[in-house]
Write a protein that binds this ligand. Structure first.
Ligand code: GDP
Length: 468
């Protein structure tokens, strides 16, 4: 009897596990974008609004009242940092709302939804649980994929060629001119060069350049100070043999690829089902044509990372598995009056079309849109110089003052901004845009002030709606 009982228990236990695997589907949603694109705010707001559900009319399952419960659960990956939802939410919704700390590394959060099925099944089966595993990771790390195909020689030559005329690189290039790559490695020299190159990358990023690899130089996570991020591009020199500065740089570069880039793609990237890529398109538009052109290239590169067969290493890793949906979303749409939102969406769509062509991308369903995860502004019309201007009003981050701005008009035809016929160096968002740094607004649901987000529900519908 003991044996039979044990056996039954065993089978039941197995049944539970199999049952869970079969009947509780998991959606792994990747959230990425370069630093300051809005990942932390997006995830915090998405989770808060899914927990609440009252303000997500564009998410069909929510609108139909089919999400009967939503709750946070311990995540399955026990060694990964948990996305610090509670702290971020407290920052945004406390008595003195402030923006939360930004993403610095990978983190994860599991939100479980109990959903009643739609349509014919509704009367037949009860609610089932769908787990949403949200994986937050820096877009900088994604761009590192391009390094996997490149040797140190090729990478160095490319980088040095690209930065030769960039003002931001002058300091680093002066350092390079001082060192002899064939000389024996001295650790302080390697460290000075790595610091110099990192400083260049930071300045370049701030200036609007997107081609800023290695990604961990900008966001090192727990690698800061380790040899694997203590290298920099150096020109080829004759006689740089074993033990030389340049040979050691090359060795570290290879180690970076094998021990940092590959594990990231293996452990996180390869398991993603749905992906949202956040971009600060308004910032790029404001910075000018060069920044926008660079952003477009970065979008193509990111899309390329999702292209099946893009890279032999990835192809082996994915074994035909692919991400099903990718959303490119311009964040911070609340910086513009809604009369401009359609234009911003059109610009995103045009950028995405371009990026798709460039990356020869096919496979996943892709979409572009403009959204604000957390509205920090209200809208108003202000009489100015004899005409009415559509403005957004908010509390300035620095002074705490309330102010209304008109950021300028986006072009009606995206081609004026991004096509080959784009209008030279014309700036589309005027000077006002650069001072528009708003504090998060205290949550107010007064009639006429609109919902606390813009199109977050539509984004959720595209990303997970079909699975609910
Ligand atoms: P991350 O680096 O991608 O995690 O970016 P964050 O989520 O930390 O956002 C960076 C900054 O962008 C925030 O501190 C805010 O100033 C701003 N921001 C992000 N989302 C929004 C939004 O929906 N509306 C507005 N007005 N600002 C936002």
């Amino acid at each position: 009897a003991g044996l039979a009982e044990g056996l039954t228990r065993g089978i039941e236990g197995l049944g539970d596990r199999v049952g869970q695997a079969f009947f509780e589907p998991v959606i792994r949603l990747g959230v990425t974008g370069l630093a300051r694109a809005g990942k932390t705010v997006f995830i915090t707001s998405l989770v808060a609004n899914l927990l609440d559900r009252a303000r997500m009319p564009g998410l069909m399952a929510a609108a139909e009242g089919r999400i009967v419960a939503a709750y946070l659960q311990p995540q399955p990956d026990v060694t990964l940092p948990r996305f610090d939802y509670e702290t971020h939410l407290a920052a945004l919704t406390g008595p003195a709302p402030h923006w939360p700390e930004s993403t610095r590394a990978v983190s994860e959060l599991r939100l479980s939804l109990r959903v009643r099925p739609a349509g014919l099944l509704a009367g037949v089966t009860g609610p089932r649980v769908v787990h949403l595993d949200i994986v937050d990771y820096p877009g900088e790390w994604l761009l590192d994929l391009a390094l996997l195909d490149k040797s140190y020689d090729v990478w160095s030559a490319e980088v040095l060629g690209r930065i030769a005329t960039r003002a931001e690189a002058a300091g680093y290039l002066a350092q390079v001119a001082q060192v002899d790559g064939a000389a024996r490695l001295a650790e302080p020299t390697a460290q000075t060069l790595a610091r110099g190159f990192t400083a260049y990358l930071e300045d370049a990023r701030a200036a609007g350049f997107y081609d800023c690899t290695p990604g961990r130089f900008l966001l090192p996570g727990d690698l800061a100070g380790s040899p694997v991020v203590t290298f920099a591009p150096l020109p080829q020199v004759p006689g740089a043999g074993r033990g030389s500065l340049r040979a050691e740089m090359a060795r570290r570069y290879e180690a970076y690829k094998h021990m940092v880039v590959r594990p990231f793609f293996r452990d996180h990237f390869a398991r993603i089902d749905r992906q949202v890529v956040l971009v600060d398109a308004l910032d790029a538009i404001h910075k000018g044509p060069q920044a926008l052109e660079d952003m477009r290239r970065a979008m193509a590169e990111i899309l390329g990372a999702f292209r099946p067969g893009r890279n032999a290493f990835l192809a082996r890793l994915l074994l035909g598995r692919r991400v099903e949906r990718i959303l490119f979303a311009a964040t911070k749409a609340d910086h513009l009056h809604h009369s401009q939102h359609g234009r911003l969406s059109a610009i995103m769509a045009a950028l995405l079309r371009e990026a798709r062509d460039r990356a020869e991308f096919s496979g996943a369903e892709v979409q572009a849109m403009a959204l604000a995860a957390l509205r920090a502004t209200t809208e108003e019309r202000v009489a100015h110089g004899g005409r009415d201007l559509d403005c957004v009003r908010g509390q300035l981050l620095d002074s705490g003052r309330q102010a209304a701005f008109h950021a300028g008009e986006l072009p009606e035809d995206p081609a004026q901004l991004i096509g080959p016929a784009r209008a030279g160096a014309e700036a589309w968002l005027d000077a006002d845009y650069s001072v528009m740094r708003f504090a998060p607004a205290p949550l107010s649901l007064r009639p006429g002030e609109g919902p606390p987000h813009i199109r977050l529900d539509r984004a959720a519908q595209f990303l997970i709606g079909d699975r609910l």
